[in-house]
Design a protein around this ligand. Structure first.
Ligand code: PLP
Length: 353
């Protein structure tokens, strides 16, 4: 018997979530599969999402792996090329590049090949992370349109607050004003925008988190959005014990029992990707029953309250997140977001599909 922690990736849930995207928009869908498909496994996720019109990621070697596996869709590198040496790979494998900086433009100018490259020009409409300022766009567009290596240009931007009440209108105005000057396809929408700002869908939407069954919003659950959890992280109790009043649990003795109680030890810790800063009270399922974590998370283990889980024993199933225990609730309790927890699953956790 192996250590009982295990992640099961539900590919039919992934397909369901893609259909939720497709029902929400008439735009082409570029599935965002960066960060090893948000921790779910790049190639298996791509296979389940093969109906998507394109894929977006960060690493050119991952993009080449997709081409080698015969995916013919648009494959977009969200940060573009990181050195001039990468440019021939974009041509050879017909990869689409974001261009967001003058440095990349200079590398492109020095690139000897003719035509072929499809470019997404990133406009900084207010997030101030990547992209050209709106006032720079006319000159950059001229340069790209007359560039011997460039075949087509799509205009893109990214929203900072699509998931919040203020929404996208300021950035959308900035983007639309500049984009109105060109007959170029447009791409603006992350998951939150797909779900709540149909006026900003453009020609290509770029959903990530919603495909994996986590909500992009702090105040709307994935279930309410029709999304199903894709990653089911489970383990077992490997020890059960009784505490007396005053006993403490774990490193730093940060939890102290007020009265006698039963607790269990779960084979899951921060070296598996569980957030170490999750406080006492973070929700978790034991034997299908909701309970809470106790004390500090260790590298390989964490403690749970079994006071109300009368049938719990060594070997009882523990759902850390997934079906019945939304990752967004665990994330909220730990002061983070579902994205971070999903991406943080570590190499040592066995994964099945
Ligand atoms: C990660 C990313 C997305 C996907 O965002 P979600 O919130 O996961 O839907 C879309 N566009 C860009 C540029 C990104 O970096």
């Amino acid at each position: 018997m192996h250590r009982p922690i295990h992640a099961h990736i539900d590919l039919s849930a992934l397909k369901n979530n893609l259909r939720v995207v497709q029902r929400a928009t008439t735009s082409r869908v570029m599935a965002v599969i960066k960060a090893n498909a948000y921790g779910h496994g790049l190639m298996r996720v791509a296979e389940a999402l093969r109906n998507a019109d394109g894929f977006a990621l960060l690493n050119v070697q991952d993009a080449i792996a997709l081409r080698d596996a015969e995916y013919r869709q648009t494959i977009l590198l969200l940060e573009g090329f990181f050195s001039p040496e990468e440019l021939p790979l974009f041509a050879e494998y017909e990869l689409t590049t974001v261009i967001h900086s003058h440095q990349q433009l200079a590398w492109l100018d020095a690139y000897p090949r003719k035509n072929g490259l499809s470019v997404w020009l990133k406009i900084n409409s207010g997030m101030n992370r990547l992209g050209f300022m709106p006032a720079e766009v006319p000159a950059v567009m001229e340069r790209l349109k007359s560039h011997r290596a460039v075949r087509e240009v799509t205009l893109m931007t990214h929203f900072a607050q699509a998931d919040e009440a203020v929404g996208v209108s300021n950035q959308l105005d900035v983007f639309n004003q500049i984009a109105a000057n060109y007959h170029a396809p447009r791409s603006l929408a992350n998951s939150a925008t797909v779900l709540s700002h149909p006026q900003a869908h453009g020609d290509w939407v770029r959903p990530g988190i919603m495909l994996y069954g986590s909500s992009p919003f702090a105040d709307v659950s994935a279930k309410e959005l029709g999304l199903q959890p894709v990653m089911n992280l489970s383990s077992q109790l490997i020890s059960v014990r009784d505490l007396r009043a005053g006993d403490t649990v774990g490193y730093g003795a940060s939890f102290r029992a007020e009265h006698s109680m039963r607790i269990g030890t779960v084979a899951c810790g921060y070296a598996d990707g569980y957030p170490r800063h999750a406080p006492t009270g973070t929700p978790i399922l034991v034997n299908g029953q909701r309970t809470r974590t106790l004390g500090r998370v260790s590298m390989d283990m964490l403690a749970v309250d079994l006071s109300d889980v009368s049938d719990a024993k060594v070997g009882s199933r523990v759902v850390i997140w997934g079906e019945g225990m939304p990752v967004d609730e665990v994330a909220h309790a730990a002061g983070t977001i579902g994205y971070e927890l999903l991406c943080a699953l570590t190499q040592r956790v066995p994964v099945s599909y």
